[in-house]
Design a protein around this ligand. Structure first.
Ligand code: HEM
Length: 477
């Protein structure tokens, strides 16, 4: 006998408290509800449609197999003014055609051209780390991945252009993902807040902006400013047919849909904003967890260093070869299994859907949780233990293991991130000895969209060895 929606177990606290729990103690909230209610429970957020969290891989399989007309993107429940026209909020045919235009520069042979930049961004960060000092590794990783995005995605190669964009994006992210703005947005509705900020950003760009204060005002000014910079760049690429450029912005600027049309300017800008927002913090936090997991296991650290040394000897590292290091890549996968930085994805149903033990009604937002699926005892041996070797010969099905989401909406940057992470990690492990700061506990903390290690992951720098620089060729090679 299947349950109807009304009888799905609920967390038993007000919608506002549920939103705040999701914002502040997401993993604990998921764990507790699973312990009390099992693999399926409801989640209510003020001013948003009813949600049902799914932790069982068989239910999740049904969601990822849904045909596009059977769900909306569910607005993604974010208050950040990423840009209404980006692929994250698109559905059906628009979603398909935008993905196929955006996908090539983030895959295949194009990745190879980003490798040297990824390594260089990491090496230059390491060059600034001083032995005997303490650093907040999470911040450092954030700088590295943001530099990778500004260089490989936005094509900013030279100062002061690169510095300006870097500073603008960092400041925008600080404002938009502040805890206070999230709390206000939870009260008024996340999606409603995003549309409001989006409207205000457009007004600022059109210089129709008043002086009246409102929550998130600073973020709209910053966003308007970086959109203006990106717009000039896209225009220039279009004029010069992206001559000599090897970055994602340039490739998207001149790419056409199947009917031969270019993407309109506002949509290009929204896509770029999405790419850099979705692409740097997620990667930095996944790297943060991997470093934490490695440092907790000195034997694993030695084995990883041996693997890197066996591959590259004393010579420079070939960035493209890093994705072929079996242990390193298994460690990254296992770390993302235990600490997925985005623990929930969502789909709003346009038709009723039968799952194993319940029927979801039209309008429900189904919320598959990788955090719950990745630790499901029916699918994983020793689910809570860190065992990277399990990934050496294992390719788990996409509804059992999905740190990048799944189905037609699976992360567009997954291959890019899987290419980047072993490069950054290998460079750090090769050159730097890091150690935990005694007495500082590292817990998961939610930072507006992603879950990373707390306190900025403070570490001691015990030693920094000389750089094994990859000889970089000029732009466009
Ligand atoms: C370790 C790093 C990353 C993680 C863990 C991650 C995770 C995710 C997740 C969970 C989703 C939602 C998928 C779904 O709804 O099923 C997503 C979507 C997306 N991600 Fe990533 N991501 C990462 C890196 C990146 C990078 C580097 C980029 C781009 C440069 C990127 C671009 C996107 C885009 C454009 C979407 C929206 C896809 C769509 O709606 O069709 N991500 N990501």
């Amino acid at each position: 006998m299947k349950t109807m929606m009304a009888s799905v177990p609920s967390p038993g606290i007000s919608p506002l408290r549920q939103a705040l729990q999701i914002g502040r103690h997401q993993l604990e909230f998921l764990r507790q509800n699973r312990a009390t209610h099992g693999d399926v429970f409801s989640l209510e957020i003020p001013n948003e449609p009813p949600r049902v969290v799914l932790g069982h891989p068989l239910d999740i399989k049904e969601i990822f197999a849904l045909r596009p007309e059977r769900y909306y993107s569910a607005d993604q429940s974010t208050h950040a003014n990423i840009g209404e026209r980006c692929v994250l909020f698109a559905d059906d045919e628009k979603h398909r055609s935008d993905r196929s235009l955006l996908s090539p520069p983030l895959h295949g042979q194009f990745l190879e051209s980003y490798g040297p930049h990824m390594l260089e961004c990491t090496e230059s960060a390491i060059d600034r780390w001083l032995p005997g000092t303490q650093l907040l590794l999470q911040e450092e990783l954030g700088h590295i991945t943001l530099r990778v995005i500004t260089r490989c995605v936005l094509g900013a190669d030279e100062e002061p252009h690169q510095e300006r964009l870097h500073a603008l994006i960092t400041e925008w992210a600080e404002h938009i993902y502040s805890q206070s703005l999230f709390t206000v947005a939870s009260l008024v509705g996340l999606n409603r807040m995003r549309r409001f900020l989006e409207r205000k950003t457009d007004e600022r760009r059109e210089e129709r902006h008043g002086l009246c204060p409102y929550p998130g005002r600073k973020s709209t000014g910053l966003k308007a400013e970086f959109m203006t910079i990106l717009e000039e760049d896209v225009e220039q690429c279009r004029k010069e047919r992206a001559e000599g450029r090897d970055d994602v912005l340039a490739r998207i600027a001149v790419a056409t849909y199947e009917d031969g049309e270019l993407m309109d300017m506002h949509t290009v800008l929204d896509q770029l904003t999405l790419l850099f927002s979705a692409g740097h913090e997620t990667t930095a936090k996944s790297l943060g967890w991997a470093v934490r997991d490695i440092l907790e296991r000195p034997t694993l650290l030695s084995r990883l260093r041996e693997e890197i040394a066996d591959h590259f000897g004393d010579g420079p590292m070939d960035p493209s070869a890093c994705r072929r290091l079996p242990l390193l890549n298994s460690v990254i996968k296992e770390s993302m299994r235990l600490h997925p930085v985005t623990a929930l994805v969502q789909r709003e149903l346009t038709e009723p859907l039968d799952l194993r033990e319940l029927t979801l009604v039209t309008g429900t937002v189904a919320v598959p949780s990788n955090y719950l699926a990745h630790r499901h005892p029916d699918y994983w041996e020793r689910p809570d233990d860190f065992v990277p070797e399990r990934f050496i010969d294992l390719k788990p099905p996409p509804h059992v293991y999905f740190p990048f989401g799944g189905g037609r909406r699976k992360c567009l940057g997954a291959t890019f991130a899987e290419f980047e992470m072993p490069i950054v990690l290998a460079a750090i492990l090769r050159r730097v000895d890091l150690a935990f700061v005694p007495g500082v506990a590292i817990e998961p903390v939610y930072g507006g969209v992603t879950i990373g290690p707390s306190n900025g992951l403070p570490l001691k720098v015990d030693a920094v060895r000389a750089a094994y620089r990859f000889r970089r060729q000029g732009r466009g090679h």
